[in-house]
Design a protein around this ligand. Structure first.
Ligand SMILES: [Zn+2]
Length: 502
């Protein structure tokens, strides 16, 4: 196979964090290439799994006895508390079978050894997994506490529902001790471990990683992962850069073997005068596939923060920023097809934004615009838009009805989109900036773009410099224990996940 000899793959660690996959290939056909890439998966040698960081002895002393006494004093029995915390399906045969000792189990045990002990891990979490991030919801389900990992649908179907799979579960197998099981892999639950590191942070560990291995070796694991993650085979993915990105993600993420650290995240708080309801969205990111983005409102700006990320823009970074003071009025549909025309309009607004920034001059405003500054602005959410600007800019407070419902929309010729079936009418558009960077988040830069609001559940972003379009669709899944205790706690969380990413 002379052809195969011209292709090789190198996996290395750069700076202890990043992995680089280099593929040199001359004239290797797509099929050969796919085969070579797959074969190379078996040669990986790098291990990133963290171990030994104080796993021994999970000492969680949350004053269980005191609480119980308080409950007794106030006349609330453990049974009542338990019935309130879980759904009442416990009597069904399903759980009887799983827990043969259920009849002898006391609610008090379930409460103290399971619900109370692990109450700090309930909620929404983002794993620390290099640039990739993720979304985990830990919930009480029957007699279990289950950690569900949520995954975007297959690229490019943004309107499809989220997929989810359990990564771990905790339940009482014996009266007084909760059992943690790792659910990773395809060979059923096995021995795992959960440790609360500190407030708003916990770790999981698998004690039997051999359960993650498949009989067909790394290649079978890769093919299975690919089928789940992308719904396709490597041969189906003709785009070479995409093949490399996919392979890199597999090699990087699979080495953690479900040994992960999670940081708490919150859903954004909403206000009645928000443009649309804030929340999580699935968005198209070209060769990176679909990613999860959190849309939140901050006075005169809206932000899209990556919950999942990629080697260019990691999870935690602010992918788009929308300037709600600067509407963009699209030209008629024929002129809109002309990319140069749209580009002219957007750059005009950008110039206007720059001038306003200079005139107003205050550091607060410069920060508010977020230009070249990865830090979220610190202005209180109560601060309202300053009113209509000059020329094409209008206040965000303008009701949608005034802007005319359902303006025809089409992408300019030359702007690429992962899906052709994007909405053909939009409600309104705003000037915005999108973050672009090289591999490894090198030379990040906020570049001009257009935020297109289609409806309550969908929006788009035209990346002017990339000549590409991202379509975002609302995540409809209901997450439990995910609300921020206060707007300040939410802002703090955003700041934290961003600083960890950079
Ligand atoms: Zn495991």
């Amino acid at each position: 196979m002379a052809e195969s000899d011209s292709a090789y793959l190198l996996v290395s660690r750069v700076g202890g964090e990043t992995e680089r996959v280099c593929v040199h290939q001359e004239e290797v056909s797509g099929h050969d290439r796919a085969r070579l890439l797959e074969a190379a998966v078996g040669t990986k040698t790098v291990h990133l799994c963290r171990g030994g960081a104080g796993w021994e002895g999970v000492a969680l002393k949350y004053g269980v006895c005191e609480n119980l006494r308080k409950l007794e004093i106030t006349g609330v029995s453990c049974r009542d508390v338990y019935a309130k915390c879980i759904n009442p399906r416990v009597k069904s045969g399903r759980f009887m079978k799983i827990l043969p000792d259920y009849e002898h189990m006391e609610y008090r045990d379930v409460y103290t050894c399971l619900l109370h002990r692990y109450r700090h891990i309930l909620g929404l979490w983002q794993p620390d997994i290099g640039p990739y991030g993720g979304l985990l919801n830990v919930v009480v389900d029957g007699l279990f506490i289950i950690g569900w990992m949520y995954l975007p649908p297959h690229d490019p179907h943004v309107d499809d529902p989220m997929r989810f799979k359990p990564l771990f579960r905790i339940h009482l197998m014996e009266r007084k001790s909760a059992t943690v099981e790792c659910m990773y892999g395809h060979r059923g639950p096995h021995n795992g471990h959960v440790q609360v590191v500190k407030k708003d942070e916990f770790s999981t560990k698998c004690n039997q990683t051999d359960h993650h291995r498949m009989s067909g070796g790394r290649q079978e694991e890769f093919r299975t992962w690919l089928r789940e993650e992308w719904g396709r085979t490597l041969e189906d993915i003709f785009h070479e850069h995409m093949q490399e990105l996919i392979l890199m993600k597999f090699i990087y993420t699979s080495q953690y073997d479900n040994c992960l650290t999670y940081r708490r995240i919150y859903l954004p708080p909403s206000h009645p005068d928000d443009l649309i309801r804030p929340g999580l969205f699935k968005g198209t990111y070209g060769s990176h596939g679909l990613e999860i983005v959190m849309l939140s409102f901050h006075g005169k700006h809206a932000r899209g923060t990556k919950i999942t990320g990629d080697p260019n823009i990691p999870a935690g970074q602010q992918t788009v920023e929308i300037d709600l003071r600067h509407r963009i009025h699209l030209p008629d549909i024929e002129s809109l097809r002309d990319f140069n025309e749209l580009s002219r309009i957007v750059l005009e607004v950008r110039e206007q934004v720059r001038q306003e920034q200079q005139q107003e001059g205050g550091p607060e405003d410069a920060e508010g615009l977020g230009r070249q500054s990865p830090q979220p602005c610190a202005e209180p959410p109560a601060e309202q838009a300053k009113g209509p600007g000059d020329g094409g800019a209008e206040a965000a407070a303008e009701p949608p009805a005034q802007s005319g419902q359902g303006q025809p929309f089409v992408l300019p010729v030359g702007v690429s989109s992962r899906n052709e079936d994007y909405p053909r009418t939009c409600r309104m558009c705003f000037y915005g900036t999108g973050l672009i960077a090289g591999h490894g988040f090198t030379s990040p830069e906020r570049t001009p773009g257009v935020f297109v609001l289609f409806d309550e559940d969908r929006f788009g972003f035209i990346w002017l410099e990339l000549k590409s379009f991202s379509l975002y669709s609302r995540v409809q899944a209901a997450f439990r224990n995910a609300d921020a205790p206060s707007p300040q706690a939410f802002e703090e969380m955003l700041k934290n996940i961003q600083s960890l990413a950079s």
